[in-house]
Design a protein around this ligand. Structure first.
Ligand code: GDP
Ligand code: IMO
Ligand code: MG
Length: 434
């Protein structure tokens, strides 16, 4: 039984939630492996819009089990709130959500730490989602973290929490950045949250291993994207986890031998939220129009997304890291009505054409795009469900990207709804979704 991973290839918000929701029908279990409630995955079913953050989008399909893996950093309050919202719209979360006991817990002091590093005068602003994600992963790596298993232990949690709080308070005092903070109040609050979380917690790695042995199909739901990956993205303007293929295994405890297919998701153009280099960023009216038509405002923070054009060197880089089985291009309809569409075919830096992605953000920020203008199309693509029914120039646009990327474009999304999707005949994507 083949398993599938859905990964973002740009800077997030490519429409991973939509593809996961489409695919979930064919899978038994949907797994989140990294990130936390910095993710915002929007799924539209008919006229109902669901915004998922920590709970895998697959939960919307009845009978699908949703697993929050060990690599996720978990804000219990945010998770429980999401659970309540989902129950409010009739989704049976109690019997279908399983949270790893090895996931690290996000505490209020993580958000406070982030506020100080993200302040106006910090000199190293990344433009994060302010959810405490980075500081929680920092504690994980420095072995000061507290995981769900410890949170649930009445004996161990107070001890661990008080030790960590004392250390944080001492550091804050030494740096002169102390804010009024009552750790005992947080401790009591989290003890209450622990009891509400307890029914959902288990050993997800054992669960997934048994599921694989009994022939169940797993769907891995990526959060963030390759260019936000802590190792391969635009360091330091990125998130704190491995959002590309490698993170799937460490974040779930599922062996690389069981990652059968990886489908990458990319917009037909490009967006980014927060700071950092963006070679194909558009400016002026062109950017405004992409933002308006594409409704490019962050799901989590509501911030306007920076908008620009499809970037072939970036996508080739993302493909080289993830070795995709297929590529799913979303939001083609947002380009409807443009007379011509620039596509970046190469990077130039200091007068030379680059053959690799610069490692240093400052170099990437100076890199210039080489554009080729492709013809726009005369009638809308919105809602089209068959490739052959797209306007000729839209087909040529997709074919051009496919040819330059050397990976199949197996599907195209032409609107936010499930049905507004093209899956190309004979493609690997069609096989995977069948
Ligand atoms: P994710 O984080 O990768 O799951 O993506 P987000 O949900 O943050 O952002 C994608 C947005 O685009 C959502 O509001 C989707 O409903 C919407 N969307 C997805 N596919 C399409 C599409 O083909 N056309 C249009 N117009 N909107 C889409
Ligand atoms: P989904 O899963 C878009 C960005 C933030 C910021 C950087 C670091 O919906 O695609 P963090 O809070 O993670 O420390 O912020 O990463 N970022 C995202 N941008 N989509 C996301 O998730 C993102 N998650 C983080 O804007 O630039
Ligand atoms: Mg998103």
């Amino acid at each position: 039984m083949s398993n599938l991973a859905v990964l973002g290839l740009q800077w997030g918000d490519e429409g991973k939630g939509k593809l996961v929701d489409l695919a979930a029908e064919r899978f038994d279990i949907v797994v989140r492996c990294q990130g936390g409630n910095n993710a915002g995955h929007t799924v539209q079913v008919g006229d109902q819009i669901y915004k998922l953050s920590l709970v895998p989008s697959g939960i919307l399909r009845p009978g699908t089990v949703a697993v929050v893996g060990n690599g996720v950093v978990l804000d219990p309050e945010a998770l429980l709130q999401e659970v309540e919202t989902l129950r409010g719209v009739g989704i049976d979360v109690r019997s279908s959500l399983l949270v790893s006991d090895r996931a690290h817990v996000v505490f209020p002091h993580h958000r406070l730490m982030e506020l100080s590093s993200e302040g106006e005068n910090s000199g190293r602003r990344i433009g994060t989602t302010s959810r405490g994600i980075g500081p929680c992963y920092e504690d994980k790596a420095s072995r000061r973290g507290i995981r769900v298993a410890e949170l649930l232990s009445e004996e161990i949690f107070p001890r661990r929490f008080r030790a960590v709080a004392a250390e944080k308070a001492a550091i804050a005092k030494a740096l002169g950045i102390g804010r009024p903070w009552d750790p005992e109040a947080d401790l009591r609050r989290y003890q209450k949250l622990a009891e509400r979380l307890r029914p959902y917690v288990g050993d997800t790695t054992a669960y997934l291993s048994e599921a694989v042995s009994s022939g169940k199909r797993l769907l891995f739901e990526g959060a963030q994207a390759t260019m936000l990956d802590i190792d391969f993205g635009t360091y330091p303007y990125l998130t704190s986890s491995n959002a590309s293929a490698g993170g799937l295994c460490t974040g779930s405890g599922v062996s690389p031998r069981l990652m059968h297919d990886i489908v990458g998701v990319a917009k037909a153009y490009a967006t980014r939220v927060g700071e950092g280099p963006f070679v194909t960023e558009a400016h002026g009216e062109a950017e405004k129009s992409l933002r308006k038509v594409g409704r490019e405002y962050g799901t989590v923070t509501g911030r306007p997304r920076r908008c620009g054009w499809f970037d072939l060197p970036l996508m080739r880089y993302a493909h080289s890291i993830n070795h995709l089985s297929s590529l799913f291009i979303t939001k083609l309809d947002v380009l409807d009505g443009l007379a011509s569409i620039p596509v970046c075919t190469a990077y130039r830096l200091d007068g030379k054409t680059l053959d690799r992605m610069p490692a240093i953000a400052e170099d990437l920020a100076r890199t210039e795009p080489v554009y080729q203008e492709l013809a726009g199309w005369e009638r809308p693509t919105a809602g089209t469900t068959e490739f052959e029914k797209l306007p000729r120039a839209a087909r040529q646009y997709i074919d051009f990207l496919e040819e330059r990327l050397d990976v199949e474009i197996g599907g195209v999304s032409t609107g936010p709804r499930r049905a507004e999707t093209i899956v190309r005949d004979g493609s690997a994507l069609q096989r995977i979704l069948s």
